[in-house]
Design a protein around this ligand. Structure first.
Ligand SMILES: Nc1ncnc2c1ncn2[C@@H]1O[C@H](COP(=O)(O)OP(=O)(O)OP(=O)(O)O)[C@@H](O)[C@H]1O
Ligand SMILES: [Mg+2]
Length: 277
């Protein structure tokens, strides 16, 4: 990927640099009939969807729905038993190097070295992605501004709140300027301010052409952030569309709860509530 960035000090500059990059495929993420079994458990039961360039796509589902398993297949960490995953038109299983360059992943569990400070963490993880040493410092400064942690960059992580750790976890995934971002419940355990900060960052990146897959079990997050939403339960997508399309699917005659967004649809389709709301 070429570096078209001129300035590094502002978050805006970072977002703009992402937009400048070329696009190779219209569908940046494609899941084709993915199946994944863990022993007798079929955790993902034939899941298909595609995500267009610059789209924020939500995977919404309760605990155990299969969201993380799908993320792990898309980033090549898990092999599907059936089906195929493509990133930017490249096969995840057969063209891993091309996929690695395009893809940034924010894992559900925070993956940071607690003995290193924020700058050192960013430098280390960027080295794993092959970002050349001379560029790493400038990029680290840039993403630290972007996630609002620049002033804290040299502090030990033991001083960081849960929200700050989440933001740094996010920043790590941005160091190699991925065109596709997979975010696995990136706001769990964060305060409303950090959550808002993360949302705004995602919106900026998407506005500048980054393609985003966002998993969550919070309906409000999916409604707020995502252009299209796939509702998952027990390894299947049970509904997929824009928020308007999903809301239109609700059977109004059966709505017994306050008319709140996707909750009724989920109940109507599954007979249960999104358990953790
Ligand atoms: N490595 C594994 N070995 C065995 N079972 C697994 C493994 N990973 C996931 N599972 C099971 O597969 C199912 C889907 O799990 P997954 O982590 O994908 O769900 P999720 O939607 O991400 O849930 P959560 O919201 O709790 O993160 C669950 O029943 C889970 O227990
Ligand atoms: Mg998960």
């Amino acid at each position: 990927m070429t570096d078209k960035r001129e300035t590094h000090s502002e978050g805006e500059a970072y977002a703009t640099s992402v937009a400048a990059e070329e696009r190779t495929a219209n569908n940046l993420v494609e899941a084709r009939n993915l199946v994944k079994r863990f022993g007798k458990l079929e955790a993902v039961k034939g899941v298909s969807f595609s995500i267009q360039a610059g789209e924020i796509f939500g995977l919404l589902g309760p605990n155990g729905a299969g969201k993380s398993t799908i993320i792990n297949i898309l980033c090549g960490y898990l092999r599907p038993d059936e089906g195929e995953a493509l990133i930017g038109g490249y096969s995840v299983s057969r063209e891993a190097q091309a996929v690695k360059r395009l893809l940034g992943v924010v894992p559900q569990e925070i993956a940071l070295y607690r003995d290193l400070n924020a700058l050192e963490n960013l430098d280390f993880f960027a080295s794993l992605y092959g970002v050349p040493a001379p560029e790493r410092r400038a990029r680290a400064e840039e993403v630290l501004h972007f996630v609002g942690l620049h002033e804290r960059r040299k502090e030990p992580l033991k001083n960081f709140s849960g929200g700050m750790l989440r933001r740094l976890n996010f920043a790590v995934a941005l160091m190699h300027r991925p065109r596709v971002l997979l975010l696995d419940e990136p706001t769990v355990g964060v305060d409303p301010q950090s959550r808002e900060h993360i949302f705004e960052n995602i919106e900026k990146l998407a506005a500048d052409g980054t393609t985003v897959l966002y998993t969550t079990h919070y309906m409000e997050e999916a409604e707020r952030l995502c252009r299209r939403i796939a509702i998952m339960d027990e390894g299947r997508i049970i509904a997929l569309g824009t928020l308007e399309q999903l809301l239109a699917m609700r059977d109004q005659s059966r709505i017994v709860y306050r008319p709140h967004g996707l909750q009724e649809l989920f109940i109507q389709l599954t007979g249960k509530t999104l358990r953790d709301l």
